[in-house]
Design a protein around this ligand. Structure first.
Ligand code: 5GP
Ligand code: ZN
Length: 138
């Protein structure tokens, strides 16, 4: 799609360090890794986010994430792997082509910021009301 970096990677116009590919998805190393082994999994079709990607492509990404996570565990023996997927500029999605991050962490690496938020109990009444609104819209 136009000037989408990830579409160019899929087309082979921009190089990448590929770790996995099938008919529907491509997995490759993130060029600005948060940790060793930081990997992205993308659908080959251009879909911007979770509400655009068709269910079949989403399933293909999730299926691949399981295989690639297993491979990361075999190759790097991380202590854990964070899964991250951003939708929209407001939450710092930078590349507007759906992508699923696998971010492994070794014990000697710094704590991943996105997994270390402070637990503050919420207002139960507000949580109930918001949940009702979402449930009604499912
Ligand atoms: P987002 O914030 O959109 O979830 O993250 C986009 C990710 O894509 C970032 O982690 C960034 O490092 C990665 N990225 C951006 N451009 C390229 C590129 O040209 N090649 C690769 N391999 N990764 C990229
Ligand atoms: Zn694209």
């Amino acid at each position: 799609m136009g000037d989408c970096i990830f579409c160019k990677i899929i087309a082979g116009e921009i190089p990448c360090f590929k770790v996995f590919e099938d008919e529907k998805v491509l997995a490759f190393a993130d060029i600005n890794p948060i940790s060793e082994g930081h990997t992205l999994i993308i659908p080959k079709g251009h879909y911007e986010n979770l509400w655009e990607i068709p269910e079949n492509d989403l399933l293909a990404v999730q299926r691949a994430s399981k295989a690639v996570a297993a491979a990361i565990r075999t190759a790097l023996s991380p202590e854990g792997i964070a899964c991250l997927q951003l939708n929209g500029k407001a939450v710092n999605q930078v590349v507007m082509h759906y992508h699923f991050h696998l971010i492994p962490r070794q014990s000697h690496e710094p704590e991943l910021k996105m997994t270390a938020w402070e637990m503050v109990p919420g207002d139960m009444e507000a949580i109930r009301e918001t949940s009702k609104k979402i449930a009604a819209a499912v």
